[in-house]
Structures are given as structure tokens and as C-alpha cells.
Design a protein around this ligand. Structure first.
Ligand code: PLP
Length: 294
């Protein structure tokens, strides 16, 4: 592990990450009985706080857990954690597990105290090569479970897919099922055709992406139509542009899919307009309170 590690927050206390400890009996460790969030921080301000907290509350509710803290308390803690780690550009990882329990019971003891954990990591700026050349992606069969709308720590299938991409030197694995586009191993995927952005329908098969919601807002402001509809593999491969949305990386243009160029093989005009709008949006919200967006 790289040193020095930052300050983390674990079960009510700020601690050096190198000193943070949880029990091996934690259900997050034994069963992946836990959910998580990842929030970007720009200029010391957590971005899209309410969107991320709504999704965390939604994931918790989906696994039968109550929110362990009110949103106002998460806001205070996040603000303090980011400040203790020097502000600037970071991303915060938040994990809530059902807690630690001896006996390895599949059915959890309903009286457990959840384990709450947050840590920060540096947020890399957009790689200049992306503006010129975009990124590579490969397609992989979606082998995940039927509740991909829950941001669960059970990520083995995502990891295996990402590893296929990594071995091919690609940034992302784009998941396909029944001849249709789902999403990336850790991103939302949208396509552009004839000036319209198309996104796969919301539902249990994909995560509700915060970046995709922002793309929809910015595109609408730019007069670019956005439509939700099933996208076939053939439509993906023939798209004018393919866009990946990640909270930690913004929107990235895919310029090669399985080694074949998408359109001209360079980032397209819709990505460029969205990127400019995204950067402008970030500076517009920079001075707003953490729980407000423009
Ligand atoms: C499977 C999956 N889909 C989509 C996304 C994109 O969500 P967001 O835009 O909120 O980062 C992520 C991000 O972690 C993800 O892991």
C-alpha cells in the first residue's frame, strides 16, 4: 500500500487508514452483505451529494436496512473527512455493512449494529490523451445477478469482466445480455445516433447512474434529445458515439470497441459538448452548499 495513507472514518471515529480495523466476522467480509457509494469531490466539495445519498438509501432499503445516519450527518462527516484529507480533488468511498456476527448465519441477526466506513483517494484529472483519442472498450457477457440496481459489494462478476478489459488493454468492459447493451463493469453506457443520446431502460438490470442523470440534465439544456430504449448489440457497434459515465471520471468517449473504431475513431461532437458543459457545471456548483446542485 502506498504511504502515507489518508484519514478514514470508521464507526464514528476519524482514524488513520493504516490503523483502521474491522472484524473478520463482519458480514460485509463474509457474505458481501453490504452496499456502498463513491462520490467525487471537486475543489473540496462533494459533488452530487443528494444523488449519491438517495442511491445509498435506496440500496439499503433494497437489502432491508434502515439508513444508519440522517443525511445531514453524512453531509457533516463527509465535509470533515474531505477537509481532513486536504480538500482539492478526491473521491470518497462509503460502505455500510450489516455488521459483525459470530456463527456465519446466512439469515442475519436483526439487532446487529451496522459497520460504517468512509475513506478518500486522490481523483485523477482527465487524461489529455482521452480528448484526442478516447478510450478502448471490449464487450463481455453480463454474468451478474438479477438486482444490478443495488450498489452491492458483491462485485465478483464485475471484477472478472473488468479483468478481461484490463488484459486487452481497454478501459472498460461493456456488458451485453440477450443481444442487448446493459452497462459497463463500473460505468453507465450511452450511445449517440443522429444527434440523439440513447440510454438503456432503467430497471433491475443496471445501476441507476448519477452521471447518467447529470448527462440527461446537461444534454437537455444543450438541446440534445435523450431517450431511454433497448439498445441492441448491433446498434452499439454502429453508433456514432459511445459514452461511458463514471462518478469518478465523468463522461469518457469510447473510440474503439473490441479493437474496431467507433465512427471516425476520435471523440465525437456530442461528447465534446457534454464535456464542456460538465466542466462548466462543476464550476457553477463549486460555491453552493454540499446539498445543493444547480
Ligand atoms: C455497475 C455500474 N454501473 C454504472 C455505474 C455508474 O454510476 P455512477 O455514474 O453513479 O458512477 C457504476 C459506477 O460505479 C457501476 O459500478
Amino acid at each position: 500500500m502506498a504511504a502515507p495513507l489518508p484519514i478514514a472514518w470508521l464507526n464514528g471515529e476519524f482514524v488513520a487508514l493504516s490503523e483502521a480495523r474491522i472484524s473478520p466476522l463482519d458480514r460485509g467480509f463474509l457474505f458481501a452483505d453490504s452496499v456502498y457509494e463513491v462520490l467525487p469531490v471537486y475543489d473540496g466539495r462533494p459533488f452530487l451529494f443528494n444523488a449519491h445519498l438517495s442511491r445509498l438509501e435506496r440500496s439499503l432499503s433494497a437489502i432491508g436496512m434502515a439508513p444508519p445516519l440522517p443525511r445531514s450527518r453524512w453531509a457533516e462527516l463527509l465535509g470533515e473527512l474531505v477537509a481532513r484529507n486536504g480538500g482539492g480533488q478526491q473521491f470518497v468511498y462509503v460502505q455500510v455493512s450489516r455488521g459483525a456476527e459470530y456463527g456465519r448465519n446466512h439469515a442475519p441477526d436483526p439487532t446487529l449494529t451496522p459497520t460504517l466506513f468512509m475513506m478518500t483517494s486522490p481523483l485523477a484529472p482527465l487524461d489529455p490523451s482521452v480528448r484526442a483519442h478516447g478510450v478502448d472498450a471490449v464487450t463481455v457477457a453480463d454474468e451478474r445477478w438479477k438486482r444490478c440496481d443495488i450498489k452491492s459489494n458483491a462485485l465478483l462478476a464485475n471484477i472478472l469482466a473488468k479483468n478481461v478489459a484490463a488484459r486487452a488493454g481497454a478501459t472498460e468492459a461493456i456488458l451485453l445480455a440477450q443481444g442487448q447493451l446493459r452497462e459497463g463493469a463500473s460505468s453507465a453506457v450511452m450511445i449517440v445516433r443522429n444527434g440523439v443520446i440513447y440510454a438503456p431502460p432503467e430497471g433491475n438490470e443496471i445501476l441507476p447512474s448519477t452521471t447518467r442523470v447529470l448527462v440527461t440534465l446537461l444534454a437537455t439544456r444543450l438541446g440534445i434529445p435523450v431517450q431511454q430504449q433497448v439498445i441492441t448489440e448491433a446498434e452499439l457497434r454502429a453508433a456514432d458515439e459511445v459514452l461511458l459515465g463514471f462518478a469518478t471520471r465523468g463522461v469518457l468517449p469510447v473510440c474503439r470497441l473490441d479493437g474496431t473504431a467507433i465512427n471516425s475513431g476520435h471523440p465525437g461532437p456530442v461528447w465534446q459538448r457534454l464535456q464542456t458543459a460538465f466542466e462548466a457545471y462543476r464550476s457553477t456548483v463549486a460555491s453552493l452548499p454540499i446539498d445543493e446542485e444547480a
